[in-house]
Write a protein that binds this ligand. Structure first.
Ligand SMILES: NC(=O)c1ccc[n+]([C@@H]2O[C@H](COP(=O)([O-])OP(=O)(O)OC[C@H]3O[C@@H](n4cnc5c(N)ncnc54)[C@H](OP(=O)(O)O)[C@@H]3O)[C@@H](O)[C@H]2O)c1
Length: 247
């Protein structure tokens, strides 16, 4: 089995939620972490708990900054997980500013990271890239429009990258969760905690640790094995739209 000990792993979106849990899970098995996000103080708090980790205050929307920050590092594992949803309005009531932020972060931000890290990985002829997709990229839901479109783009990018990199020794995977309880909905509803809490009310939702455990599993298979796509549901969630609630 592939070991994480001594491997250098980049996690974007490490300041919160799933990314933070992935960083913790990797560090627990001896990986060295590069923790990237915009909120430096959160990253520094995490880094203090994860010996040998490095903090990168980084906005993935800034292509030049991403290239400058990431190019020098010989990453073994790359998790371009930074992402967000903003709003849940139908398109006719939506905000072009929010649309741009979602597209610039979830799609272009991921591309900026890939552009920066893949040349070095190709030269070294090894490495893992694991996308954080979503069931939202497979099934749209009411008001999901642009967020769902960005995650569908990630799914397509995952498929394309498999062609781009299939003869380089690099493994490409996507882990696509359903409903995971993180600050994701607080961000989506712009700090309206009551509305965010309703998303999870009465549901035995997934924990970010569950997703981190699956990502850890994906990157620790023997070198010949490339787990492609993992769709992860809570047992209460039948589809992007149908969730059993005990209220
Ligand atoms: N929670 C779910 O139900 C769920 C389900 C499926 C997929 N996902 C996906 O999982 C990923 C992580 O989400 P989460 O649930 O863990 O949400 P979260 O707790 O809100 O974490 C989002 C992370 O993305 C970072 N981020 C956002 N914009 C950024 C930017 N411009 N530059 C750099 N970092 C940025 C945030 O850091 P800063 O704010 O500090 O920059 C934060 O660390 C996302 O891609 C999300 O779409 C989540």
């Amino acid at each position: 089995m592939a070991q994480l000990k001594g491997k250098l792993a980049l996690v974007t979106g490490a300041s919160s939620g799933i990314g933070e849990c992935i960083a913790r899970a990797f560090a627990a098995e001896g990986a060295r972490l590069v923790l990237a996000a915009r909120r430096k103080e959160k990253l520094e708090r995490l880094a203090a708990e994860l010996p040998g980790s490095l903090v990168l205050e980084l906005d993935v929307r800034d292509a030049e900054a991403v290239t400058r920050a990431l190019r020098p590092h010989p990453f073994d594992i790359v998790i371009p997980g930074a992402g967000l949803a903003l709003g849940l309005d139908p398109v006719q009531k939506g905000s072009p500013v929010d649309w741009s932020e979602m597209i610039d972060t979830n799609v272009k931000g991921v591309l900026h990271v890939l552009g920066a890290v893949t040349p070095g990985m190709i030269e070294r002829r090894r490495g893992d890239i694991v996308f954080l997709g979503s069931v939202a990229g497979r099934q749209a839901y009411p008001g999901g429009n642009v967020y769902c479109a960005t995650k569908a783009a990630i799914r397509s990018l995952y498929e394309s990258l498999r062609y781009d990199l299939h003869d380089t020794g690099i493994r490409v995977s996507t882990v696509d969760p359903g409903m995971v309880r993180t600050p994701f909905s607080d961000v989506r509803f712009k700090g309206d905690g009551e509305r965010a809490a309703k998303v999870y009310a009465g549901v035995d939702y997934l924990w970010p640790e569950d997703i981190a455990d699956i990502v850890r599993f994906v990157v620790t298979r023997p070198a010949r094995v490339n787990i492609g796509e993992v769709v992860v549901w809570s047992k209460d969630q039948a589809s992007a739209m149908q969730v059993a609630r005990r209220t």
